[in-house]
Design a protein around this ligand. Structure first.
Ligand code: MD6
Ligand code: FE
Length: 210
């Protein structure tokens, strides 16, 4: 989507190093409905705790919906057609696809919805999302539950960074020039949202894989 998308797009409330943020895009009732839809995803494809390429357990728990799921183990980072248990990933909920359509203005649907769960103390190191075939497509994320500090760096590793707190219902898009910026989650603020019964934070990232 280096070209103009086929449908009009909303204006982001905040633009940080080319990363677009739509604060409060989802109202609390829509957030609660999405959490219910995600319960079905997790029932079919339970959370697992991936290892990095270097054999270190990640603190975030993950699962996916869609034609592909993102997995990480000693063999590296990649997309797979099946959950580690061998079952196919469940479909991406319509409530999630609707956010992608409204915000990206694209006709192409995402192939993967990666679901990350952050319990208290979980975080995610600075990384680029670069396992997809075509960086012309954006990556969109939806935050649900406890607030988290999202750090944005540069396309090259290192250098100065800036951070922003993401709250429940916020949507973020990394596309265009910002598609390959390094980013990560410093920390989650426990007890900052009542959306998830057991606390913690869910982050969904939607990607076009191939
Ligand atoms: C998170 N998000 O918010 C981690 N990646 O928990 C990501 O790693 C991310 O929010 C690509 C695009 C948007 C994102
Ligand atoms: Fe990412």
């Amino acid at each position: 989507m280096s070209e103009t998308p086929p449908h009009p797009r909303p204006t982001p409330g905040l633009l940080l190093r080319g990363v677009e943020i739509f604060p409060g895009w989802l109202e609390p009732p829509a957030q609660a409905e999405m959490v219910e839809d995600l319960r079905a995803v997790v029932a079919a494809a339970p959370f697992f705790q991936p290892e990095t390429r270097f054999g270190r357990k990640m603190s975030v728990r993950m699962t996916s919906a869609g034609r592909y799921g993102w997995v990480s183990d000693r063999r590296g980072y990649r997309y797979e057609r099946r959950h580690p248990s061998g079952v196919a990933w469940p479909p991406i909920p319509a409530s999630v696809l609707a956010v992608w359509e409204a915000i990206t203005g694209l006709d192409r649907r995402p192939d993967c919805c990666l679901v990350n769960y952050y319990a208290e103390g979980a975080k995610m190191g600075m990384h680029q999302d670069r396992d997809e075939a075509d960086f012309g497509w954006p990556v969109l994320s939806i935050s649900l539950g406890d607030a988290a500090r999202f750090r944005i760096g540069n396309i090259e590793r290192g250098g100065a960074t800036e951070s922003v707190w993401l709250n429940s219902g916020d949507v973020l898009v990394m596309g265009g020039e910002a598609r390959l910026v390094h980013h990560g989650i410093d920390r989650v603020r426990p007890g900052s949202s009542t959306l998830l019964k057991g606390g913690g934070r869910l982050n969904l990232t939607l990607r076009v894989v191939d």
